[in-house]
Write a new protein. Structure first.
Length: 158
């Protein structure tokens, strides 16, 4: 009887644990692929000369409209991502010096339904979001994917 139990335990370890791990990792890979599909660049702001220096080499959450709900959301998002070395939130873009609204996507956004835009480190608009709870959750997930990770130091052998 003990041999049977040991063989069953070994069978579980050799079959079900790897299958469970594969399934779990496959779900994560599929999730990341779908998110990257949604985050394909919508537009490129690189063509605007020197006026966007504040955005270069930073992942930017651009606040397109401002009201109390949006500002509260910005506080929560900032608290979550404040340790990311390339993350910034830029608002108050109605000032003429902030962003030249001659650019096609930004001028269409100003009057649209979007309240937020994610701009990556290479000045590409990744996605637009409204203030609906579903969109805010999706925006936080997307920010976590878009923000570059700190490169870990390689282990050097002598």
């Amino acid at each position: 009887m003990r041999k049977l139990i040991s063989w069953i335990a070994v069978g579980i370890l050799l079959i079900f644990v790897p299958l469970g791990s594969w399934f779990y990792l496959k779900q994560g890979l599929d999730y990341r692929k779908n998110a990257l599909e949604e985050l394909k660049p919508k537009d490129n702001l690189d063509s605007i000369p020197d006026s966007l220096n504040v955005f270069k080499y930073k992942t930017t959450l651009l606040v397109l409209k401002e009201n109390e709900k949006i500002l509260n959301s910005c506080d929560l998002i900032y608290d979550q991502f404040k340790d990311a070395f390339t993350f910034q939130i830029v608002g108050n873009i109605n000032k003429p010096y902030a962003i030249p609204f001659s650019h096609k996507i930004l001028s269409s956004l100003k009057g649209g339904n979007a309240s937020f835009a994610i701009i990556d480190t290479s000045l590409q608009v990744r996605n637009l979001y409204s203030t609906e709870t579903k969109d805010l959750k999706k925006m936080v997930e997307h920010l976590a994917i878009v923000i570059p990770r700190i490169k870990e130091k390689d282990i050097k052998t002598k």
